[in-house]
Design a protein around this ligand. Structure first.
Ligand code: OOG
Ligand code: NI
Length: 466
């Protein structure tokens, strides 16, 4: 056991993210086209905005701006989820947040495995939105049994991947050669299989129960279903997708475009119909198609407090009561207009968002000399007013259930919304996962609190030094 020889989890994650990107571009050429469009638009935005260019250079690494921020998979069993947690832990990715998608008519619940602390996010922010199929929501008992049996028979991890996870756990990490092998082995789990592990008939019955059930149950593994780079202008990418021959979903999910961006805006191109084949009892292959894989883009804003989030949810609900976006795009302009009008009620300056307690901020020293005039325990507002302390929005690094439902929908076809009974299942999800998920609100509150504590500590050490 030699910790020095271990590769940092951040580097393993970065290598994994790069390997996924290369594999997915090859598997889904339209995704490569989307990446090119995003790179072009990001370059154009930066050329026109030297201030943004400078700020990104200081805070982020500019070259990595267009790299993938997230991907998504859908798992079939508790055992798969529990093992996936151990795989991601080797890469410094931990479960954050719980999303019950059954409320939106999608038979899964989910978490996001992601780097947590600031340094890790900066090194490489790649995360994987990971869903577990809710087989209990299949009403047809016979079909549910067949789905269960099919899933229990499959092994989505290579023996090499499992062995390396165990090694990383017992030895506290992996050396260079093992880390390289680990990425190669784990990549296999995310690969596309065009030969289904079910018959055409079973596929159809699963598909009729819900398209997503067919997607999870019918294949050897949980193929990565999309990757998502960051864009600096999501509206421009949305508008230009058709010019590059790709078909965007009808609306951008999340809040409207604003001066002070909040939470997360996302859009995707619609999933492609791809050739697959189904096996029959005699070992013959029947050709068919399956629609699951797409490409997405995202643009992030400030993390909201529970109060801010409640306002966001209220305004989004109010918008959707006025206009429900149609998947065929027939009322997109109307929806976007309603969204903008309704969200006028959400303050659009950092000062006001902070004053009303709607968002999380990180506080830092702006002017040492000005700070020196304050004693320990000094009032925050007074320090801000005196120009001693400044505040910056904390970026939202998680997901949104309504948006996620919209993203799922974009690859489920336009008629796939179904009613499922809602039930609070976080406990069961955590049991299956074998761990608790980190509450995202508590996490952002802690970052804010720690930034304030650091300022108070500065005041105390300054006083002690006098
Ligand atoms: C995941 C959809 C959720 C997002 O960005 O909100 C998601 C899926 O389709 O499996 O990735
Ligand atoms: Ni996504």
């Amino acid at each position: 056991m030699n910790a020095q020889k271990h590769v940092s989890p951040d580097r393993i994650r970065a290598a994994f993210s790069a390997a996924m990107s290369a594999m997915y571009k090859q598997e889904v050429p339209a995704y490569g086209t989307l990446m090119e469009l995003v790179a072009d638009i990001n370059a154009a935005v930066l050329a026109n905005d030297s201030h943004l260019h400078e700020r990104l250079k200081e805070t982020d690494s500019l070259e990595r701006i267009t790299e993938e921020r997230h991907g998504a998979i859908r798992l079939g069993t508790a055992a798969e989820l529990a093992m996936m947690r151990r795989v991601f832990a080797v890469m410094g990715m931990y479960p954050v947040g719980y999303y019950d998608l059954s409320v939106a008519g999608i038979p899964v619940h989910s978490t996001a495995f992601r780097p947590i602390d600031d340094a890790a996010l900066k090194h490489n922010p790649f995360r994987v939105f990971t869903s577990l199929l809710r087989l209990d929501l299949i009403k047809d008992e016979d079909l549910r049994k067949q789905a269960e049996e099919t899933l229990t028979r499959r092994q989505i991890f290579t023996p090499g991947a499992v062995a390396l996870v165990e090694k990383a756990e017992t030895e506290g990490g992996l050396d260079e050669a093992d880390a390289r092998r680990f990425v190669e082995e784990v990549l296999e789990t995310f690969r596309w299989h065009d030969k289904a592990s079910v018959s055409a008939d079973l596929y159809k019955r699963l598909h009729d129960a819900h398209r997503l059930i067919a997607d999870v149950v019918s294949f050897k593994g949980p193929h990565i279903n999309h990757l998502t780079p960051r864009t600096l202008d999501i509206d421009a990418v949305q508008e230009q997708m058709p010019k590059r021959g790709i078909n965007p979903k009808a609306v951008v999910e999340g809040p409207p475009s604003r001066k002070c961006p909040i939470l997360l805006r996302q859009t995707s191109f619609k999933a492609l119909e791809e050739p697959v084949s189904f096996s029959d009892e005699n070992g013959n292959w029947t050709p068919g198609t399956h629609t699951a894989r797409f490409g997405e883009i995202e643009q992030r804003g400030i993390a909201l407090t529970p109060k801010g989030r409640a306002l966001y949810d209220k305004l989004l609900d109010a918008t959707r009561e006025k206009v429900r976006p149609a998947a065929d795009g027939s009322n997109t302009a109307e929806y976007m207009k309603a969204l903008e009008e309704t969200f006028a009620a959400f303050p659009d300056s950092w000062e006001e968002i902070r004053a009303q307690g709607l968002g999380y901020f990180a506080y830092s020293v702006k002017d040492e000399a000005a700070l020196a005039r304050f004693a320990p325990g000094a009032d925050l507002e007074a320090m801000i007013a005196a120009g001693a302390v400044q505040f910056d929005p904390i970026v939202y690094e998680d997901f949104l259930p309504v948006s996620a439902a919209g993203i799922f929908q974009s690859n489920l076809g336009d008629d796939a919304a179904q009613e499922f009974v809602e039930s609070p299942n976080q406990k069961r999800f955590e049991q299956d996962l074998g761990a608790k998920v980190l509450n995202e609100f508590e996490h952002y509150a802690r970052i804010e609190r720690e930034s304030l504590e650091a300022i108070q500590r500065r005041l105390s050490t300054a006083e002690a030094a006098e």
